[in-house]
Design a protein around this ligand. Structure first.
Ligand SMILES: [Zn+2]
Length: 394
């Protein structure tokens, strides 16, 4: 019997040492079994042309949708259509070069949030494209002043009883929660979530240094879209961004779409955090992978124009970016090496959610993407399974 999660290729590859050279890479049972320098022309090894490169596939930690689907559609769709929506989200991510996507719901009412979590608990175990290991609730415990595109009427103070209800229905699907740590009751909620092994991220916040540090002491180890949706840095009032940049053991996430953050600020953040604590995300809306037009974010209409997505009030509302687009942007606009870009969108986000991937080394999951010279994906492999495209052969 053929194992659909086994394979072998010889390709130019980015190794954990950051080198690009020809390697023979084998995998079986979804995991990499061998990474060996040089060409191995034994039977069964596919030779990938030298104008392509094999990379650790991106892990998108923060995406509200893509390919025309809004994560909130999962709440509102009739039950019979929900499986199809999960599959389409998964395929959109794989087509965009990602092996993993964590769909994020923006602040929603109590009932809608619970439905979302129940539907996440019931998501198909076998998805056709990228893996969806769980979901992210961005809100509803956010600071009103820094809410960005989150609807004000859906924000509420942190409520431990509500969080317990989430954890009663989610069957482990709730991977991450973004909240403002300065809100009353936030520390209680942080303890509840981190105590149950969930990732808590600070975001949409006006917290001061002390409030941020208390949240880190309580177990927060991630920061949502640094600089966006937070009190700006000030030399006498170092706010959330400074706190996250200075705190060891906390990852900072930045939106890699070329619109939300100036390239020099990304460079500054990387210099402060070092390579292993900075990750790039798309913050994509349903417009990702499609052209300009009207879409929805959390069920509300947003407009994509020139690749920039805004609310009716003109505020930035997520992006139209794809995971592989983030890599292209980092290489072109940040002048990063491919190794740097892949570390930020594959290795670090995989570590944040505890996925044993993001590096091409034996023992890791075979989450791989083959891209051409223009960094366009040709094939995406998820746990060794071909999730999208075709592996090019010489
Ligand atoms: Zn946000």
């Amino acid at each position: 019997m053929d194992d659909p999660t086994a394979g072998a290729v010889c390709a130019r590859t980015l190794t954990p040492e950051g080198e690009v050279s020809r390697f023979t890479v084998r995998w079986r049972g979804g995991r990499l079994t061998e990474v060996k320098s040089g060409l191995d022309a034994s039977p069964g090894v596919r030779i990938i042309p030298p104008d392509h490169i094999l990379l650790p596939a991106p892990v998108d930690l923060h995406a509200h949708g893509g390919g025309g689907i809004d994560a909130a559609d999962l709440i509102n769709a009739p039950g019979a259509e929900v499986t199809d929506l999960w599959c389409r989200l998964s395929l959109h991510a794989a087509r965009s070069g990602a092996a993993v996507v964590v769909p994020a719901l923006i602040s929603s009412g109590p009932e809608a949030t619970e439905i979302f979590l129940r539907r996440a608990a019931d998501r198909p175990t076998c998805l056709p494209g990228a893996d969806i290991p769980g979901v992210h609730l961005e809100g509803p415990y956010l600071a009103e002043k820094h809410r960005g595109a989150h609807p004000v009427d859906r924000l509420r103070p942190p409520d431990r009883a509500e969080v317990k209800r989430w954890l009663d229905v989610d069957d482990g699907a709730l991977l991450m929660v973004t909240l403002a740590p300065e809100l009353p009751g936030a520390l209680d909620v942080i303890c509840e979530l981190t105590g149950r092994g969930r990732v808590v991220s600070c975001g949409h916040t006006g917290a001061g240094l002390d409030e941020m540090n208390r949240a880190f002491d309580a177990g927060v180890r991630h920061t949502a879209h640094l600089f966006n949706g937070m009190r700006p840095m000030h030399h006498r009032r170092p706010g959330p961004a400074a706190a996250a940049l200075l705190r060891a053991g906390v990852t900072c996430e930045l939106i890699g779409d070329g619109v939300h953050v100036h390239p020099e600020m990304v460079r500054m953040a990387r210099r402060l955090k070092g390579p292993n604590w900075l990750c790039l995300v798309t913050d994509a809306t349903s417009a990702a992978g499609l052209g300009d037009g009207e879409y929805t974010l959390g069920g509300r209409v947003v407009t994509a124009e020139g690749g920039i997505v805004r609310t009716a009030e003109g505020d930035l509302a997520g992006s139209a970016m794809t995971p592989i687009g983030v890599v292209r942007w980092a290489v072109a606009d940040l002048a990063w090496t491919l190794d740097r870009a892949i570390t930020a969108i594959s290795t670090v986000p995989a570590d944040v959610i505890g996925r044993d991937a993001g590096r091409i080394e034996p023992g890791r999951r075979a989450d791989l993407v083959v891209v051409n010279e223009d960094l366009e994906p040709a094939a995406t492999l998820v746990g060794g399974r071909l999730a999208w495209g075709e592996i090019p052969e010489e």
